[in-house]
Design a binder for this molecule. Structure first.
Ligand code: MV4
Length: 446
C-alpha cells in the first residue's frame, strides 16, 4: 500500500491523514463541496471533490468514490467510521476492482452486520447472549416466544445497530403494534424489515471490547471501553478501564470477543459490545466492524496506535506484538464535544466558529478539525472535537479533563462543553456509579 484514499471527513479524516503521514503513506482525501475549506483538505497530500454536500451524493456515493480512487491512482481506501465503513457492498466493489478496503472482508462484515446472525455466531462460539429469538422472529412465532422469554422484551432490527430501530415491549397488549411499527421503521431505515427479540435487560452497563485479528489468525484484545454515558444512543463520554470490570471479568469478556472474531474469520480491528449487569452477568449484543469514534481512549491506556494496526493488518503483515505485551497503564476519558445546544434539546448548532482554542498540556489529546473562522456545516453529524485526558488514576484523569475543558474555547456556536463539565462534577459519575440511564436519571435530561 502506498496511496490511500480517505472516504470520510471531519476529525476522523484528520486522524487518518496524521497516521498516514507518520507511517509513510500518501493520503488522498475525497471530500464533498461542503467540506472544501476544511482542515483535512488542507493537510492531506492530495484532495478530490466527489460530489454535493448531501452524504448520498458524496460520502455514500460508491461510484464517485471508486472513480476518485482510480483517477488519483490510489491502491487502498480507508472509510473511517459512519458512511460506508460497514457496508459489505462497498467492501465487495473495492475487492472486485482490486482496491484494498481497510477493514474486514465483505463476508465477515455481512455476518456481523446482520445482528441476528451475529447473535447465532456468538452462541455457536459459546458466548452468552441475552435470552431471545434464534435468528429473526416472524409474526407467527412472536406470541409463543414472548411467553417463553417473559416481559419486558426488546425488539431490534436485524440490520440495525447502535440503538436504531429498537422497541421496548412491556406487555402482551403492546406486542402486535410494536412489531408492526418496528418492522416498518426497520424497512424504511435499513431496507430490511427483519426483527429479532431479546429479553430487556434493565440498568445495564454498555461495555465494549476492542480487538484486532490478522490474516494469520493472531487475535488480541485491547480490553474494554465503558460507554454507558450516552443520550438517545449517542455516546457522550467513554473511558478505559471501566470501574465495573474486574480483572477476571476483563479476561472473560476478552476471550468472548476473540472467540466471536475467530468464529467469523474476522481480519482487522473491531469491537464487541456487551451489556453488563450490576451482578456481573454479561451478554454479547453486537459487533462493530470499524474503527470507532472512541478508539483514542484505548490508544492512550494501551499505547497501541489502532490506525497503524489497521494498516499492518490490511497489508497482510502479522500483528507485531502478543497478548502478554498489552497492558492497561493509567486511565483515559474521552468527552465528545458536539455543535449542539444542550439547553434546546441538544439541537444541532451549525455556524461560524469565531474563535477556537484547543486544550493542551500534559496528558491531553484533542482530536478536532476545527480552526478559528471554520464554518460547521449542517449536513453531517455534529461531532466537532474529542478531548481525551490520560492520567495515572481515574480521579486524576477526571480532574485533568476538567482542567482541559476550562482551557477550551469555542466561540460563535453552541457546544456541549458545559454539559460535560456538569457530568464531570456529578457525584455518581465521580464514584463510577452509573448505568446507561445516567443522563436521564442523574442529570434529569430527556
Ligand atoms: C439492549 C438493552 C437492554 N436489553 N438489549 C442500545 C444500543 C444497542 N447497541 C443496544 N442497546 C441496548 N440493547 C437488551 N436485550 C439496552 C440497550 C440500551 C438502551 C436501550 C433503550 C434505551 C436506552 C438504552 C441505552 C443504552 C443501551
Amino acid at each position: 500500500m502506498k496511496r490511500i484514499l480517505i472516504s470520510n471527513r471531519g476529525e476522523i479524516a484528520l486522524r487518518l491523514i496524521r497516521a498516514f503521514r507518520e507511517f509513510g503513506y500518501f493520503s488522498v482525501l475525497a471530500y464533498s463541496e461542503a467540506d472544501r475549506s476544511s482542515l483535512p483538505v488542507k493537510l492531506s497530500d492530495a484532495a478530490i471533490c466527489i460530489g454535493p454536500p448531501s452524504a448520498k451524493g458524496s460520502y455514500l456515493n460508491i461510484p464517485a468514490i471508486i472513480s476518485a480512487i482510480e483517477i488519483t491512482g490510489c491502491d487502498a481506501v480507508h472509510p473511517g467510521y459512519g458512511f460506508l465503513a460497514e457496508s459489505p457492498q462497498f467492501a465487495r466493489v473495492c475487492k472486485d476492482a482490486g482496491i484494498i478496503f481497510i477493514g474486514p472482508s465483505p463476508e465477515a462484515m455481512e455476518k456481523v452486520g446482520d445482528k441476528s446472525v451475529a447473535r447465532s455466531v456468538a452462541m455457536s462460539a459459546g458466548v452468552p447472549v441475552v435470552p431471545g429469538s434464534t435468528g429473526f422472529v416472524s409474526k407467527e412465532d412472536l406470541l409463543r416466544l414472548a411467553k417463553e422469554i417473559g416481559f419486558p422484551l426488546i425488539l431490534k432490527a436485524s440490520a440495525g445497530g447502535g440503538g436504531k430501530g429498537m422497541r421496548i415491549v412491556q406487555s402482551f397488549k403492546e406486542l402486535d403494534d410494536s412489531f408492526d411499527t418496528a418492522s416498518n421503521e426497520a424497512l424504511t431505515a435499513f431496507g430490511n424489515s427483519n426483527l429479532y427479540l431479546e429479553k430487556y435487560v434493565s440498568e445495564p452497563r454498555h461495555i465494549e471490547i476492542q480487538f484486532a485479528r490478522d490474516k494469520f489468525g493472531n487475535c488480541i484484545s485491547l480490553f474494554e471501553r465503558e460507554c454507558s454515558i450516552q443520550r438517545k444512543h449517542q455516546k457522550l463520554i467513554e473511558e478505559s478501564p471501566s470501574c465495573a470490570i474486574s480483572p477476571k471479568l476483563r479476561k472473560v469478556l476478552s476471550d468472548s470477543a476473540l472467540a466471536i472474531a475467530n468464529q467469523v474469520g474476522y481480519v482487522g480491528v473491531g469491537t464487541a459490545e456487551f451489556l453488563v449487569t450490576p451482578e456481573e452477568m454479561f451478554y454479547f449484543i453486537e459487533i462493530n466492524a470499524r474503527i470507532q469514534v472512541e478508539h483514542p481512549v484505548t490508544e492512550m491506556v494501551t499505547g497501541v496506535d489502532l490506525v497503524e494496526l489497521q494498516l499492518i493488518i490490511a497489508e497482510d503483515r502479522p500483528i507485531p506484538f502478543s497478548q502478554e505485551d498489552v497492558k492497561i497503564t493509567g486511565h483515559a476519558i474521552e468527552c465528545r464535544i458536539n455543535a449542539e445546544d444542550p439547553r434546546n434539546n441538544f439541537c444541532p448548532s451549525p455556524g461560524r466558529v469565531d474563535q477556537y482554542i484547543p486544550p493542551g498540556g500534559p496528558g491531553i489529546r484533542c482530536d478536532s478539525h476545527l480552526y478559528s473562522g471554520f464554518k460547521v456545516v449542517p449536513y453531517y453529524d455534529s461531532l466537532i472535537a474529542k478531548v481525551i485526558s490520560y492520567a495515572p488514576t481515574r480521579e486524576r484523569a477526571i480532574n485533568r479533563m476538567e482542567r482541559a475543558l476550562y482551557e477550551m474555547t469555542i466561540e460563535g456556536i453552541s457546544t456541549t462543553i458545559d454539559f460535560h463539565r456538569e457530568v464531570l462534577k456529578n457525584a455518581f459519575f465521580r464514584k463510577g456509579d452509573y448505568y446507561t440511564n445516567f443522563v436521564q436519571r442523574r442529570m434529569g435530561i430527556k
